[in-house]
Design a protein around this ligand. Structure first.
Ligand SMILES: NC(=O)c1ccc[n+]([C@@H]2O[C@H](COP(=O)([O-])OP(=O)(O)OC[C@H]3O[C@@H](n4cnc5c(N)ncnc54)[C@H](O)[C@@H]3O)[C@@H](O)[C@H]2O)c1
Ligand SMILES: O=P(O)(O)OC[C@@H](O)[C@@H](O)[C@H](O)[C@H](O)CO
Length: 374
């Protein structure tokens, strides 16, 4: 079996690539990092270390292509692939779509495209971008043979600090959930995938617990002067605030999906313990990256906060505190943080928040953020 995976970064190598290799796929990684591509083609394998266990796995059957310089080869790899996956970041999906469209158009048999990004409906978002690159007739052709099932992926993979460029250290835990309804042909035979009929409860539980908790730890941790996630979460004051934020998202999730309260609170505790892993060096600047995306209306802070407000007719004080901290996140090496701070400077933090979150001026959440910032 053959796979093409866009994005040979942390989650690409540390999670998707490893599970594909376990399922006996040969994987072509498509990236823009020439150094990574060269290493993949020289070694055709790399190591995945499981943090805190002393265990490691060798991933074999891998190679690399550059998404611009090797365009024709990427198209050919897509033509031959049984499965196409991505882990490039939500904003990069639009950039890879034209090339993906070219390859999909030339394919003969059925295949599936699974976007493994931290966003609700990632594969559908990618499909929309692919459709923009095709005529109506071409869309029809591609639709006959290609599925775009949505997915949720969970494994903490920090930025890497190893001497070896390809080696990647990951947490042992992982979860890859794929929605069945949009799969074309047979389900990819990958034992690490959990197939579900309806992804919504899974992606929302993951995004609004793991990623809300992570974002809260990162933005509050940055405010308190911590560099690492594990340092921030071991500060009791931060941990209490993170737990508070997750109780608020938990109240929304329990109300919407009927999760059992005690079980959900055990899930929260388990997630927080993952942030505490002493063997993972995960910087608050990786976890807090792209604050405008994280403050957007469908993402991990604003969506659960506005749903909480609508459901319970009061504002979630802990989420509001995290949103206020995100508005003050001024890391100069982060392009979105710079852009956000420019907007804050120009419009003031409350108006900047309203614009980024696309909320009405009189939304209770906007008022609560204003009060928090006073
Ligand atoms: N790291 C994690 O813990 C984790 C866990 C779950 C989900 N995710 C999600 O996975 C996605 C990737 O995250 P990451 O942490 O691996 O980031 P990363 O920056 O380590 O990897 C992204 C990779 O995409 C490549 N890329 C950028 N533009 C490209 C293009 N035009 N064509 C091909 N490749 C391109 C980059 O060079 C990089 O190697 C994000 O959506 C993230 O939210 C990450
Ligand atoms: O990748 P982002 O920027 O959406 O979020 C940062 C982290 O919260 C994220 O990468 C987690 O490590 C991951 O989602 C764990 O499954």
């Amino acid at each position: 079996m053959k796979a093409v995976h866009f994005g040979a970064g942390n989650i690409g190598r540390g999670f998707i690539g490893a599970l594909l290799a376990d399922a006996k796929f040969d994987t072509v990684f498509v990236d823009v990092n020439q150094e990574l591509i060269q290493e993949l083609n020289e070694k055709n394998s790399y190591t995945v270390e499981l943090a805190g266990t002393g265990e490691a796995e060798t991933v074999t059957g891998v190679s690399g292509l550059h998404s611009q310089a090797d365009e024709e080869k990427v198209v050919q790899a897509i033509v031959e692939a049984d499965l196409i996956t991505t882990a490039v970041g939500p904003h990069v999906l639009a950039m890879i779509a034209p090339l993906l469209a070219k390859g999909l158009l030339k394919k003969q048999g059925t295949a599936n495209v699974i976007a493994c990004e931290n966003v609700i409906g990632g594969s559908h978002i990618l499909k929309k971008h692919v459709w923009e690159a095709l005529t109506e007739e071409e869309q029809h052709q591609v639709n006959q043979k290609i599925g775009f099932p949505n997915a949720a992926v969970d494994r903490i993979v920090p930025d890497q600090t190893n001497d070896d460029l390809l080696t990647v250290k990951v947490e042992p835990y992982y979860e890859w959930v794929v929605e069945t309804k949009d799969i074309h042909g047979t389900r990819p035979d990958i034992s690490g995938i959990t197939y579900v009929d309806d992804l919504e409860p899974y992606i929302e539980r993951k995004l609004f617990t793991v990623n809300t908790g992570h974002a809260a730890t990162a933005y509050l941790g940055y405010q308190y002067g911590y560099k690492q996630v594990k340092e921030a979460i071991s500060d009791d004051a931060i941990k209490e605030k993170v737990k508070g934020a997750l109780s608020e998202t938990g109240a929304v999730l329990i109300e919407k999906y009927g999760f059992e309260r005690d079980q959900h609170h055990q899930y929260i505790e388990k997630i927080i313990s993952r942030f505490e892993n002493p063997d993972l060096l995960d910087e608050v600047t990786r976890v807090g990256r792209a604050p405008m995306r994280k403050l957007s209306k469908e993402d991990r802070l604003v969506k659960p906060a506005s749903e909480f407000t609508a459901l319970f007719n009061e504002t979630p004080s802990h989420l509001v505190e995290v949103i206020a901290a995100a508005l003050q996140y001024d890391v100069t090496s982060d392009q979105e943080a710079v852009q956000l701070q420019e907007l804050v400077e120009k419009e003031g933090p409350v108006e900047a928040f309203r614009e980024v979150a696309e909320l009405e001026k009189d939304h209770l959440l906007v008022k609560a953020v204003q009060e928090q910032l006073q």
